[in-house]
Design a binder for this molecule. Structure first.
Ligand code: LMR
Length: 329
């Protein structure tokens, strides 16, 4: 009798403990540095919504936009330390962990965003998602923003026009070399500091897709934007490897299915969102938008292209070759 009372009591305690434990959802803090109405900002929000709908009792997603939780300078370390569980840094920000992703920074390598997307589906790109596993960085998907444009305090029509200007860049040696090719200097700087640095005049130029130009109101400090489409801004959606594989298998596969759906949507809508941001900038009329003739654009390509060869060894000739096959002939 006594034994069965004890057993029942123990089972009840166990049940309470188990259900209390089961009721505790997994928390995913998703931090990013851009505005909410951008491809990445929308992607993070959609991920949160779909997780809430489908896994609401098991997983809770908290989104922190605009560098409000962590910024460029500390977000990757915060992910590795388990202080945040998801990020989507630009591919230009992984230099400390892999040199191969620099391929995405090479100027004039991809003709358009469609070419970038084709490359991201190739085996080589898929391998790069796993290339930082040794640093606890687990690549989940590629997200795209758009093609980058040059903005400056003076009209940039020919490469020589950029001579002597100091450009804000992301922390990428390729981007540093790209501007050195046209006689410009660079300052590596967090995204959140860019507007202020341009306001103060510490830097006089920058490169960004339309969505970042518009959402950061960079046209308020950059009277000229040249439509160069010289490079692309892409992200890797990442998590902490240990955290990701610690998620129970069933929940993890559901999360991965949601990520696939969200990534498709982000990459499908990015071009349209950038087109709208461009229209917004035209309508605001604060900056003059300079379009280039085919010959003018070729001059920029010729000036910047030597950078490819310089970085070929670090990136890997096989990766570079694979990237060169995705443009339409
Ligand atoms: C930048 O630093 O310019 C971009 O990487 C910001 C972003 O995440 O779009």
């Amino acid at each position: 009798m006594f034994k069965s009372v004890v057993t029942t009591a123990l089972s009840a305690v166990l049940l309470i403990c188990t259900s209390a434990f089961a009721a505790e959802p997994i928390v995913i803090k998703f931090s990013h540095v851009v505005a909410e109405d951008t491809p990445k900002g929308r992607g993070a929000q959609l991920f949160k919504e779909l997780v809430e709908q489908r896994l609401g009792d098991k997983v809770k997603v908290e989104v922190y936009p605009n560098s409000t939780l962590f910024g460029d300078e500390d977000e990757l370390q915060a992910l590795r330390d388990g202080k945040v569980q998801m990020l989507a840094p630009s591919l230009s920000k992984f230099d400390a962990y892999t040199k191969q992703l620099q391929v995405f920074d090479l100027p004039f390598l991809f003709d358009d965003l469609e070419a970038v997307k084709r490359f991201q589906k190739r085996e080589k790109s898929r391998e790069l998602l796993r290339s930082m596993a040794g640093h606890d960085i687990y690549g989940l998907a590629y997200w795209n923003n758009g093609m980058k444009q040059l903005s400056a305090t003076r009209a940039l029509k020919a490469p020589a026009d950029a001579k002597g200007l100091n450009f804000r860049i992301q922390p990428s040696p390729v981007l540093e070399a790209q501007f050195a090719q046209i006689g410009a200097t660079t300052s590596k700087m967090a995204f959140s500091e860019t507007l202020t640095a341009l306001q103060k005049g510490t830097v006089q130029g920058a490169e960004n897709p339309w969505s970042n130009l518009a959402s950061q109101k960079l046209d308020s400090v950059q009277p000229f934007i040249t439509e160069t489409n010289h490079g692309s801004l892409n992200y890797m959606l990442i998590s902490n490897s240990k955290f990701w594989i610690s998620i129970p298998y069933q929940v993890r596969t559901q999360l991965e299915a949601i990520i696939e759906e969200v990534s498709f949507k982000v990459n499908q809508d990015a071009e349209e969102l950038n087109r709208k941001s461009r229209e917004q900038l035209v309508a605001a009329g604060r900056a003059q938008i300079i379009t280039l003739t085919h010959e003018q654009r070729e001059a920029w390509r010729e000036a910047m292209r030597p950078v490819w060869q310089r970085f070929e060894a670090e990136i890997g000739a096989d990766v570079l070759r694979a990237a060169q096959t995705v443009n339409r002939l």
